[in-house]
Design a binder for this molecule. Structure first.
Ligand SMILES: CC(C)(COP(=O)(O)OP(=O)(O)OC[C@H]1O[C@@H](n2cnc3c(N)ncnc32)[C@H](O)[C@@H]1OP(=O)(O)O)[C@@H](O)C(=O)NCCC(=O)NCCS
Length: 180
C-alpha cells in the first residue's frame, strides 16, 4: 500500500511517532481526554492503513489512524483523525481522509465508518464534506441535531456513527492535492 499513491507531505507512521502524537492529541481535541485512543499498539499494528503529516522540522501536523475491520472485511474503519489547530482549514484533514479512502477502495472495502462526538459540529461538518453521513438505526436519536447513539461507548459517551459508501471507480473522485 506504500506505492505511488502516497501524497505530498504524507507518510506512514512508525512507533516513534506515538509519543509526540500522544503529547498533543488532547490539546488538538480541545481538551477531550483522547490520548488512550492513540496508544502505542495503534502505531505498531496499524501503520500500513494509517497516515501522518509532519512539518519540515519533523513535528506532527496531522494524523489519521485507520484499519480494515477483521470481523467485517468490507468495512474500513477510521479510528481517529486530527490536525494541528494552527494548520486547519488548509485541506490537510481532507487529504488524510482521502488517502485513507484510496487505500480502502483499492483494497475493495465497500464502506468507510468513523465515529464522532455529536456535540462537535466541526467534526460533523468535516465528515459531511467528505461524503460521510450519520447512520440511523435502532436506538439512535437526534442529539445536538445529529442522528447519534446515546451512551454509545459508556454512560454519557454519546457518538454519531458516520458512514460513507465506497464504489469501485470512486478513486478517481479522490483528488491528489498539495498541502500548504
Ligand atoms: C476535523 C479536523 C480534522 C479538520 O481538519 P482540517 O485540516 O481543518 O480540515 P480541512 O481543511 O481538510 O477541511 C475540509 C472541509 O471540512 C469542513 N470543515 C473543516 N473545518 C471546519 C470548521 N471549523 N467549520 C465548518 N466546516 C469545517 C469544510 O467543509 C472543509 O472544506 P473547506 O475548507 O473547503 O470549506 C480538525 O478540525 C481537527 O483536528 N479537529 C479535532 C479532532 C476531531 O474532531 N477529529 C474528528 C473526529 S475523529
Amino acid at each position: 500500500m506504500t506505492d505511488g499513491r502516497i501524497r505530498t507531505g504524507l507518510r506512514r507512521p512508525t512507533e516513534a511517532d506515538q509519543p509526540p502524537i500522544a503529547a498533543v492529541v488532547d490539546h488538538w481535541f480541545a481538551g477531550r481526554k483522547v490520548w488512550p485512543l492513540v496508544a502505542r499498539a495503534w502505531f505498531r499494528h496499524f501503520a500500513g492503513t494509517s497516515w501522518i503529516a509532519e512539518d519540515d522540522a519533523g513535528r506532527p501536523r496531522g494524523f489519521l489512524i485507520g484499519y480494515r475491520s477483521p470481523e467485517r472485511p468490507a468495512e474500513a474503519i477510521l479510528h481517529l483523525v486530527a490536525v494541528d489547530p494552527n494548520h486547519r482549514r488548509h485541506g490537510l484533514g481532507r487529504t488524510l481522509v482521502e488517502a485513507f479512502l484510496v487505500d480502502a477502495m483499492a483494497g475493495g472495502a465497500a464502506v468507510a465508518r468513523a465515529v464522532a462526538w455529536p456535540d462537535d459540529p466541526i467534526a460533523i461538518a468535516f465528515f459531511h464534506s467528505l461524503g460521510f453521513e450519520p447512520e440511523e438505526g435502532p436506538g439512535s436519536q437526534r442529539l445536538y441535531g445529529v442522528p447519534a447513539w446515546p451512551d454509545y461507548e459508556l454512560p454519557g459517551e454519546d457518538r454519531a456513527v458516520l458512514v460513507r459508501r465506497l464504489a469501485p471507480g470512486d478513486e478517481g473522485a479522490v483528488e491528489n492535492r498539495t498541502i500548504d
